[in-house]
Design a binder for this molecule. Structure first.
Ligand code: C2E
Ligand code: MG
Ligand code: MG
Ligand code: MG
Length: 283
């Protein structure tokens, strides 16, 4: 184990740090095991057209059925996974699983129904892996028989900034496949207009910090409107995250924000319940 910890091994004398490092290694070991034993599952959160209230698609969000700790949300394990190539394997699992589940739902839909899309989150490290990500996407589309525009890749600004040059090349290649590309969590970190201009995103997702709890009379509502308009001025569609109240949805609709996602419409849904959820949206 000393070898695994490398040169830092001597620096770990403080008990808290040691406990943290051990917990970290525990999670890593657990994640490897989880991949082998199929302990992950995807929940799907609807993305709704604010003007028509119709279903536009779903975002796939990972959950871990930990053998001892129960159902874990991504905040408790994705950051650890992101420190190693484990995240690349997890992302690849998500890609494959979401495409295979989506193609199953498509088969169950009637001909007239518009096919919902599925959005998946790709981490900085997978993006930096470059060519491999493109091959993974190509292979998965082929296996599942899905048309590329039903798949959407979400990337955060911080992931792009971490490896700007590779990122731009890879994102252009993703677009070239016909797959959708959304900028996730806009406004959460260092938001760059330059990035919006130079990367071929189809849409920008506004971080929920700007949305949840927003009222027309709040000073923040002008900022929210400006962000929506910024997206539109760059020809991007806009999706607002974290809509929890009807007033937030109304406000965003009045700003001509196209899509919304949040607990008001639905929490993330287990895949076995997607069929009955979709029945609410007759075409
Ligand atoms: P995200 O991509 O921004 O996903 C949206 C998060 O906001 C989800 O949390 C969702 O459950 C939560 N959310 C949705 N609507 C509301 C709302 O109205 N109010 C509030 N308070 N929260 C809302 P979740 O599922 O815990 O995921 C957290 C983050 O973990 C995601 O943020 C994403 O960055 C990451 N993540 C999730 N699944 C994956 C994955 O498969 N791969 C990777 N690399 N990252 C993932
Ligand atoms: Mg996302
Ligand atoms: Mg987001
Ligand atoms: Mg987020």
């Amino acid at each position: 184990r000393a070898k695994e910890l490398g040169k830092n091994c001597y620096e770990i004398f403080n008990e808290d740090i040691q406990a943290g490092a051990l917990a970290h290694m525990d999670i890593e070991r657990g994640l490897r095991n989880a991949l082998q034993h199929d302990e992950f599952e995807l929940h799907y959160q609807p993305i709704i057209n604010l003007a028509t209230k119709s279903l536009a698609g779903f975002e796939a969000l990972i959950r871990w059925h930990h053998p001892e700790k129960g159902l874990l949300h991504p905040a408790s394990f994705i950051p650890v996974a992101e420190e190693s190539d484990l995240i690349v394997e997890i992302d690849r699992w998500v890609l494959q699983r979401s495409c295979s589940e989506l193609s199953q739902w498509h088969k169950a839909l009637s001909f007239q129904q518009k096919l919902p899309s599925v959005s998946i989150n790709i981490s900085a490290r997978h993006l930096a892996a470059g060519r491999k990500l493109i091959d993974d996407i190509k292979d998965t589309l082929k296996q599942s028989g899905l048309s590329p525009e039903t798949l959407i890749i979400e990337i955060t600004e911080s992931a792009i900034i971490k490896s700007m040059d590779t990122a731009k090349t890879i994102l252009n290649q993703i677009k070239g496949l016909g797959v959708g590309l959304h900028l996730d969590d806009f406004g959460e970190g260092y938001s760059s207009v330059n990035l919006l201009k130079n990367v071929p995103f189809d849409a920008m997702k506004i971080d929920r910090a700007y949305v949840t709890g927003m009222k027309r009379e709040n000073p923040g509502s002008r900022l929210l409107r400006t962000i929506v308009e910024l997206g539109h001025s760059m020809d991007k569609a806009v999706i607002a995250e974290g809509i929890e109240a009807p007033g937030e949805a109304e406000l965003l609709k009045s700003f001509h924000c196209e899509h919304g996602q949040g607990f008001l419409f639905s929490k993330p849904i287990k895949s076995e319940d997607i069929g009955s959820y979709m029945e609410q949206f007759p075409m």
